[in-house]
Every structure is written in C-alpha cells, then in structure tokens.
Design a binder for this molecule. Structure first.
Ligand code: CTP
Length: 426
C-alpha cells in the first residue's frame, strides 16, 4: 500500500482535542471489502470509529470483521441497545461521517430523508461533515435519478466524491469505482481538518480547477528520454486539497506514480507538448489553473523513430535541443476565461543579479500569472520531499510566507489565496 499520509499531518485531533469520532457507514456493494482498509487507516491514526453497515453490506463483509477491526459492537438496525437511543446518538456525537461504498440506493434514501435503518437514521441526525464515496456501475451512476440525488445531496453540503474510472465488477470498465481507500482517507482527513477552519468548508464548490503535476519527458528515440526529478507530490496535494474544498478538479499528471486522488479527474501525459495540450484544453472553462508541474524547458530538435545505435568508433551522437513553449506564460496571456486565476511555481536560488524574492518578482511579471509560489532551493532540492516551505507572491503586491510544513498545508494556503481572487469573492 502507498503511504496515504505522506502529505498529511498524521496525528488525529478533533476540535475538542479528543480522539475524533468517525462514523464509517458501509453500503451494500462489492467494494465493501475496501472499507476494511479504510477502517484500519482511521483506527491506526487514532480515530474513534463506529462502523454502521447496512444489512446488505453484511452480505459482503460480516459483522465480526467490522467489530474486530473497530473494537466496537456493530449494529445495522435501530433495535439494538434501544435504551441508548443509538439512531440519534451515533449521528449527533460524530465529528465526521464517511460512507464507503455509498450505493445508488443509499444516496436515494439520504437525498429523500428516508430513515429505515441505523445508517440512514445516522445520516439524518449528523450535524458534522458527511462524506459519501459512491461505487456502482456506470449506468447507475449516470442515471438521471442518481444525478439528481447527488446534486441534491451536494446542494445541502454533503461531500459526494466523484467515483474513479476503471475496472468494475465483472468484465466492464467505466466510471463508478470506489477510489483507493488511502485516498478516501486523505480526502476525509482534509474535510475533518477544514471543519475546524472558520468559513465555509467547501469554499471551492462549483469551481473548476486545473492542476498540473510531475515532470515531463522529452524523447530522443522510442526508449530514451530527457526527464527531471519532479515527483508530482505537490501537485497531487494541491489536487487533493481542492477536491476536499469542493472543486471539480482536473489533474494533468506527467509521469507520476502516485495513486489517483479521490474525486479527481486524472489525465496522464508524458511530454511537454501533451501537457500543454491537456492543460490548455481544460483551462478553457476553468476558474483557476495551477502549474505545479516541471515541464522540460528543452526537447531534442528531432525524435529518432528507431532506437539510436552506438557508433562503432566510440563517438557519441550530438544532442540538438530546441526550447519548449512556456505554458504558464501562454495560460496567463491568453486566458480561456479572462477572470480566471493563474498560479505558477518557481524554484529559485538567488544569484549575483538578485535575491530569491527579487528574482521571483521578476519571474511573476515575466510570466504574467496572478500568483507565484516561490521555493527557496538554495539549501538543497525539495524534490520528493514530504515537506515544503514557500512564499506565495501575488501580482497585486501581496506576499504570504508559508513556514515549513506539509505539502497539504501549503496547498491550502495556495487555495486560500486563489479563493480570495476568484470572481464573486474579490
Ligand atoms: N513552466 C511552464 N512551461 C515551461 C516551463 C515552466 O509552464 N515550459 C511553468 C512551471 O510549471 C512553473 C513555472 O513555469 O509553474 C516555473 O518556471 P521556471 O522553470 O522556474 O521558470 P523559467 O521561465 O524556466 O525560468 P528560469 O530561467 O529561472 O528557469
């Protein structure tokens, strides 16, 4: 399993300082088995988890599994321990409710306020953030009834994660897969953390954002390329954070090996030309674009169709390079939407011509973006690191210093700055 918390703070803490109380609802779908892993991620990071499966969920994974993994008894109906009024108490006392998998049937009930078992009662009584992670066949997800129910739930503030695309039960593939449990966990942690921040938790709801991540490859021949060490972690953290704040996120990922963030549309690319095409297309209708990727500045002038052979005389072939287009510059000067917010990144060391911040201010002007996230890399590279520190410079003169912390924390500061400049909020 990947490290789900690589970009997150590990300690679980509720606004009251106690162990956060999480209700894990489990719907009756084949993906119920993946909720076992989600449960472990919550319990191992110090959360107090009550599992509430539906009766159908117990057909897939039995009550003993949930009880053993959570350390608590498990009930599906409202007739157990009635003197403790569980149908009200569980929802009322929760800091977060996560339902994974959420079936079409369960979402229909939740959208219409039906309460015929313990989970649907819990959903009606919860006043904390509610995250639903749907999983179903594509036809069910796309059915107008489900679309309406999802829209209703979202309009009430319920966080419905877009399902992932890929292999479904049986032979078919399409949209409807439960995202990676580690990614649902990361999403849920973000929602839980945001609940403690003043202001609306889903402040990017209704916004479309594009994030680029990773490092591009420029091929010399079918097997060789010029590349760079960008891991994509900052871009992935940005995508996760935006999704947790309710945005519709397109993540254009160049050669990244991280798991797809929950609820995010991932578009894999390899070269700078592909990255440019996908980012510009998605930017047409986007409210904000963040260029966290490291596109190669140069590419070979020609790509050999056949593998380049070694010369017998021991000589090496010359390498002719040409410059790649500057995507950030293009995005900033030819905006799909004139009121969109464009964000760039800059890794600077400072030199005889200026300090890190002076060079970054010039770069901000040269590129024409609204915000530039500046990493001072004088003391060593940040590639692959889980932490980052930065200054977020704005074209309007503002500068926000972000102390050393997780890439998730930096991501939220960046989205705070973006959100403050979006139309309707500025
Ligand atoms: N960028 C881009 N297209 C490129 C190269 C970079 O959009 N072909 C974006 C990166 O995604 C990042 C920012 O520009 O947001 C980083 O620029 P950087 O490479 O640091 O700037 P350069 O213009 O290459 O400046 P320098 O001369 O300092 O390398």
């Amino acid at each position: 399993m990947t490290d789900p918390l690589g970009d997150h703070d590990r300690e679980a803490a509720s606004p009251t300082g106690e162990r956060p109380r999480v209700v894990l609802g489990v719907g009756g779908g084949i993906a119920a088995y993946k909720a076992c892993e989600l449960l472990r991620l919550f319990t191992e990071s110090g959360h107090d988890v009550t599992v509430v499966p539906t009766a159908a969920a117990l057909e897939f994974v039995g009550a003993p599994t949930w009880a053993a993994l959570s350390g608590k008894p498990v009930a599906t109906d409202v007739w157990h321990d009635v003197h403790q009024v569980p149908h009200v108490r569980i929802g009322q006392s929760a800091d977060l409710v996560v339902v994974a998998p959420a079936t079409a049937d369960l979402m229909a009930k939740a959208a219409h306020g039906l309460a015929d078992d313990l989970l649907t009662n819990t959903l009606l009584t919860a006043r904390c953030p509610v995250v639903l992670a749907p999983a179903m066949h594509t036809e069910m997800w796309e059915h107008p009834a489900t679309r309406d129910n999802v829209a209703t739930l979202r309009s009430r503030g319920t966080r419905v994660i877009e399902p992932a695309e890929g292999r479904l039960t049986g032979k078919d593939t399409g949209k409807g897969r439960l995202p990676d449990p580690a990614e649902i966990f990361a999403f849920a942690l973000d929602v839980l953390a945001r609940a403690a921040v003043p202001g609306p938790a889903a402040d990017l709801a209704g916004r479309r954002v594009v994030v680029s991540a990773g490092g591009t490859r420029e091929y010399l021949d079918p097997v060789r390329f010029l590349g760079n060490r960008s891991s994509g972690r900052q871009g992935y953290a940005l995508a996760r954070a935006a999704a947790a704040r309710g945005a519709e996120v397109t993540l254009v990922a160049a050669n990244v090996t991280l798991p797809d963030p929950a609820g995010v549309k991932v578009v894999p690319v390899e070269t700078t030309a592909e990255l440019r095409a996908e980012v510009l297309a998605a930017a047409e209708t986007a409210d904000a674009v963040v260029m966290a990727a490291a596109p190669a500045d140069f590419r070979p002038a020609a790509v050999s169709e056949a593998k380049i052979k070694k010369a017998g005389d021991g000589s090496a072939p010359g390498l002719d390079l040409v410059q790649n287009p500057d995507i950030l510059h293009e995005l900033s000067h030819d905006r799909g939407r004139p009121d969109s917010v464009v964000v760039g990144f800059a890794a600077e060391t400072g030199d005889s011509t200026g300090s890190v911040l002076e060079l970054a201010r010039h770069k901000l002007e040269r590129k024409g973006c609204d915000l530039l996230v500046v990493n001072d890399v004088s003391g060593g590279a940040v590639f692959g690191s889980a932490e980052n520190e930065a200054v977020v410079l704005a074209a309007d003169g503002a500068a926000v210093e972000v102390p050393r912390g997780t890439k998730a924390a930096l991501s939220h500061v960046i989205w705070d700055q973006v959100a403050a400049r979006l139309p309707g909020t500025r």
